[in-house]
Design a protein around this ligand. Structure first.
Ligand SMILES: Nc1ccn([C@@H]2O[C@@H]3COP(=O)(O)O[C@H]3[C@H]2O)c(=O)n1
Ligand SMILES: [Zn+2]
Ligand SMILES: [Zn+2]
Length: 242
C-alpha cells in the first residue's frame, strides 16, 4: 500500500495542513481523518472529494474531523453518494452528537446514516477494507476519557493518531507483531502531555528510531532537522510505499 499525507501539521500549524492521510490500495482511496484543512489540501493536490472512497476517523479533535461537514454536504449535493465512514464504536456517538449534528441535521436528515455508510470498528477486530488493506484500531492514550485510536495496517505499519508517548506499545509492535514502519505524531516542545514529544521519542533505542517517521509537527519543523536522532520527518504530499 501507499500513503500520502494531506498534511503533516500539528493542530495549530499554519504552514502545514492538518495531519490527515490518503492510503492507496487496490484502486481504493481511504482518507485517515478529515480535519478542517482536508478539503483545501485535497484541492491543492488536484483531487476531487469524489476520489475518496472511504474515511476513517481516529478521534474528534477538529484537525481530525473538522472537514467532515463539508465532505458530507458536498458528497450529498455534488456527487449524490454516501461515503463509507469507518469509526471506532466508542467514537460514533460523540462524533455525531458533539461534532456533526449541529451543522448537518435537518428535518429529513436526522441521522449520521443520512450522510454516511457507517462501519463501526472494534479493537482486536481487524477489518479488510480491501483485499490489500487490513486495518486494526488500537486505543491509545491522548486526552483522558476521550477515546482516541491509532492504526495498525497490514500487520507491518503503525500510524499513531494523536497519542502520548507509549514506548511499550512501540516495542511490542516491532518485537512481537512484525511492525516495520511507524508514522508517529511529534510535538517539539516538552513536556508532551497529550502528544509524544521529541525528547521522549529520542529515548527510543536506535534500532526502533530507524523505523520511526515524525508527523503532526509545528511550523518550526525546519529548526529540528538533524536533531531527531535516527528518526526522519514525513513530508506532506510525498507518496510513501509502506
Ligand atoms: N489537554 C489538552 C487538550 C488540547 N491541547 C491542544 O489542543 C490540540 C487539539 O488537537 P491535537 O492535535 O490533539 O493537539 C492538541 C493540543 O495542541 C492541549 O495541549 N492539551
Ligand atoms: Zn491532532
Ligand atoms: Zn487530538
Amino acid at each position: 500500500m501507499k500513503i500520502q499525507m494531506l498534511g503533516t501539521g500539528s493542530a495549530f500549524a499554519k504552514t502545514y495542513y492538518n495531519n490527515n492521510a490518503l492510503v492507496y490500495a487496490d484502486d481504493f482511496t481511504l482518507m485517515i481523518d478529515c480535519g478542517i484543512t482536508a478539503p483545501t489540501a485535497l484541492h491543492k493536490l488536484g483531487k476531487s472529494l469524489n476520489d475518496i472512497h472511504a474515511v476513517l476517523i481516529t478521534h474528534i479533535h477538529a484537525d481530525h474531523v473538522g472537514g467532515l461537514e463539508e465532505l458530507a454536504f458536498r458528497m450529498k449535493f455534488q456527487h449524490n453518494r454516501k461515503p463509507l465512514l469507518y469509526v471506532p464504536s466508542k467514537v460514533i456517538t460523540p462524533l455525531w452528537e458533539n461534532t456533526l449534528k449541529g451543522g448537518l441535521t435537518q428535518d429529513q436528515w436526522p441521522s449520521i446514516d443520512d450522510f454516511f455508510d457507517v462501519v463501526l470498528l472494534e479493537e482486536h477486530v481487524p477489518v479488510m477494507i480491501t483485499p490489500q488493506l487490513k486495518v486494526e484500531i488500537i486505543e491509545t492514550p491522548h486526552i483522558p476519557n476521550k477515546p482516541s485510536y491509532s492504526l495498525y495496517i497490514n500487520d507491518r505499519f503503525f500510524y499513531s493518531a494523536d497519542m502520548q508517548f507509549h514506548p511499550q506499545l512501540l516495542h511490542q509492535l516491532v518485537e512481537e507483531r512484525g511492525c516495520r514502519t511507524i508514522f508517529h505524531d511529534c510535538q517539539f516542545q516538552s513536556p508532551g502531555v497529550v502528544h509524544a514529544c521529541l525528547k521522549e521519542l529520542l529515548t527510543l533505542p536506535d534500532e526502533l528510531q530507524k523505523l520511526v517517521w515524525l508527523m503532526h509537527y509545528a511550523d518550526d519543523q525546519e529548526q529540528f532537522k538533524g536533531k531527531t536522532g535516527y528518526m526522519r520527518f514525513v513530508e506532506q504530499h510525498k507518496i510513501y510505499e509502506v
